[in-house]
Design a binder for this molecule. Structure first.
Ligand SMILES: *Cc1c(COP(=O)(O)O)cnc(C)c1O
Length: 367
């Protein structure tokens, strides 16, 4: 059986360090904030190459807190527009609308699955204030440098920890980066966890307040905050795994390269490979099957004991919660991709033999 995701197998590789770190927290008596969270924040900031990292409850909250903080700091206002794409996980879009911002959907480039940089200019209006590139499937979403001076750039790094562009890691490319450590991510916690990275001291400070009831000093609530703190137990788990980010990503990259070498079926479109391997950390290896044949392809693989997944079956703007506001939009590229994509097993627990067997089965698929 080729499992799509086996979290137990992935985390067993970090034993006994995870058990020891968990016990360290259990016996510390510090169960909210404290030294584990602070140490993790320092380690993540150093690994990302930024001045500040702020641990938060999850990836959605990381994005939500960035927007909230920019509003508190007067840099964003209700009704401001945020450019992003629709063939994504919905988190960043929920974060934007929760803050009263308006997502503007730009079509993705089918070669990278990311926001198509050539289509951004046409989507800019006098209300455009921010751009939210999602480094989808682990590939850096590359934007023209000039946009950085004109707009707030919030990177959704949930799928791309460790990926870099010209030697700079994601989370340091824009004005703020949002990370998720949901268990299935390249570096996953053993529960919910997230973080914000930035070089902006005022933004970091505001997010530190917002995540903790709007308070930096006990019983002084300077802003109308939330409770979005990072659990020290999860910080301790992440401190075990974070130093292995590059190793974990290389295992995924090797699997991706093997798929690329071994899959040769004209009915299966393979993902393109960036010239610089550092630009992709292969959170997912996503092939495309002609729409209408995808279920057939997935059934064929399932019958040969290969589990697959679809990221994501429906563009965000067509989800029921947005149908009234955005359901009328025509985004044929995002729509088509959502109907074609299939993710293959690629985790660090997937072996070279697994990949060879899966590729061999895929090569026997006929339309
Ligand atoms: C996982 C993910 C998130 C948010 O994750 P949480 O489950 O809230 O931690 C945000 N964006 C993308 C692209 C993701 O894959």
């Amino acid at each position: 059986m080729h499992r799509f995701l086996n979290l137990d197998a992935i985390n067993s590789r970090f034993q006994p360090a995870l058990d020891q770190a968990a016990l360290r927290v259990v016996h510390s008596g510090r169960y909210i904030g404290g030294p584990e969270v602070e140490a993790f924040e320092r380690e993540l900031a150093a690994a990302t190459g930024v001045d500040h990292a702020v641990g938060v409850s999850n990836g959605l909250d990381a994005i939500r807190l960035i927007f909230r903080a920019w509003m508190d700091l007067g840099r964003l206002h209700p009704g401001d527009e945020v450019i992003t794409s629709s063939n994504n996980y919905i988190a960043g879009i929920l974060a934007a609308t929760d803050c009263g911002l308006r997502p503007i959907f730009v079509e993705p480039d089918p070669a990278t699955f990311n926001l198509d940089p050539t289509r951004i200019e046409a989507a800019i209006t006098p209300r455009t204030r921010a751009i939210m590139p999602v480094h989808l499937y682990g590939r850096v979403s590359v934007l023209p440098d000039s946009l950085r001076e004109r707009f707030l750039i919030v990177e959704d790094c949930a799928q791309a920890i460790g990926a870099s562009l010209g030697g700079r890691r994601v989370g340091s490319l824009g004005h703020a980066g949002a990370f998720s450590f949901y268990p299935s991510k390249n570096i996953g916690a053993l529960g919910d966890a997230g973080a914000v990275t930035t070089n902006d001291a005022a933004l970091a400070q505001q997010i530190r307040a917002l995540r903790n009831y709007g308070s930096l000093q006990t019983y002084v609530n300077r802003t109308r905050g939330l409770n979005c703190r990072l659990d020290p137990l999860q910080a301790a788990m992440l401190r075990v795994k974070l130093p292995f980010t590059d190793r974990e990503n290389s295992l995924r990259r090797a699997n991706a390269m093997a798929y690329d070498r071994l899959i040769s079926n004209p009915n299966v479109i393979k993902p393109s490979i960036p010239d610089d391997p550092a630009e992709h950390v292969w959170h997912q290896y996503v092939v495309r099957i002609r729409a209408g044949r995808r279920d057939h392809f997935r059934d064929f693989l399932a019958n040969h004991d290969v589990e697959t997944a679809v990221h994501y079956p429906k563009p965000a703007h067509l989800q029921p919660c947005y149908a009234a506001d955005y359901g009328h939009l025509r985004l044929p590229i995002a729509f088509t991709l959502c109907n074609q994509v299939v993710s293959l097993p690629i985790g660090p627990d997937t072996s070279e033999t697994d990949v060879a067997q899966i590729a061999e089965i895929i090569n026997r698929f006929s339309r």
